[in-house]
Write a protein that binds this ligand. Sequence first.
Ligand code: HEM
Length: 318
Amino acid sequence: MNQCKTQNIVAPLTQSATFLVFSIKGEQRESIETIKSTLGSTSDLIKNINIRDNTARFACTVGIGNKAWDCLFGQKGKPKELHAFKEVRGKKHVAVSTPGDLFYHIRSDRRDLCFEFERQLTDMLDDSVKVEDVTVGFRYFDTRDLLGFVDGTANPQDAEALEAAYITPSIDPSESAIGGSYVLIQKYKHDIKSWKTLSTEKQESILGRRKFDNVELEDADEKAQKSHKTLCTISASDGGERAILRDNMPFGSPAENMFGTYFIGYSRELWVMEKMLERMYCGDPDGLHDRTLDYSTPQTGSVFFAPSMDVLDSLGDD
Ligand code: HEM
């Protein structure tokens, strides 16, 4: 691809993940300096955990929010699509926009490695940030979400995954953007009790895949409410389909009636994920929204930019 050292966005699906969202405390010089040096140490922190068990597929991706980007790098050379998450208001459901300056997507087959990275990271960040959200996700059987469906099937693989995720100079020639990726996150809480009242056939028509064997289903009626899978299939003006890379994780606690899906998408073009949200929430045609939303409510919604590792490393040189 390009010459720069990228973050490991296309890391394989793991057994465990931690999603951390922070806000910068105030805009004091001291906080910014601490954050710069922490971001500049990302590759050292990753190496420090990886060496403890390099078979556990440890990976960490760091994302920077719109406001934080301006504080850390200024406007010059800013990735051209970077802005805060835009709330999407459909007739029935709303994709809320919630605060977030820094985002960490920590993945491993070993929960203790995710924990240890979080420990060392928060030691470094010290008092410079406020925690907005911490979610611990787990792999559920054969990569199923808590609605019971296999999640992640249509993800691009190998060279196609690299193409979907990483920005090349033809997408955005800015040096800060090249080798980076837009990250969109939403933490969904499911109403499992209501979902369970639906027949399997009904659930399958909502998602667009067969539950048991994951076979893709055509929408029965073109004019009716489209399936989730169809609403999330996006074509550009050149007619080509635009794939994104997802690494959704279930989270929750049955005893507390908490059943969730942490949605995370990476894309070299933010508009593609925004278009998916618009189609899910507003519908296609307008008013015929994605019915997964009748059983899934977003608690958060934020956009970040995960720059190349070279860009992160450069913060350590300041
Ligand atoms: C497909 C679950 C939210 C984008 C799927 C599939 C499932 C699923 C089961 C079918 C299998 C697959 O290809 O992965 C969920 C759940 C969500 C959620 C449980 C949250 C409650 C979202 C959001 C987006 C999205 C917010 C985009 C912003 C996609 C895409 C596909 C997909 C691009 C593949 C479509 C294709 O077949 O090409 N999702 N999803 N999903 N979802 Fe979601």
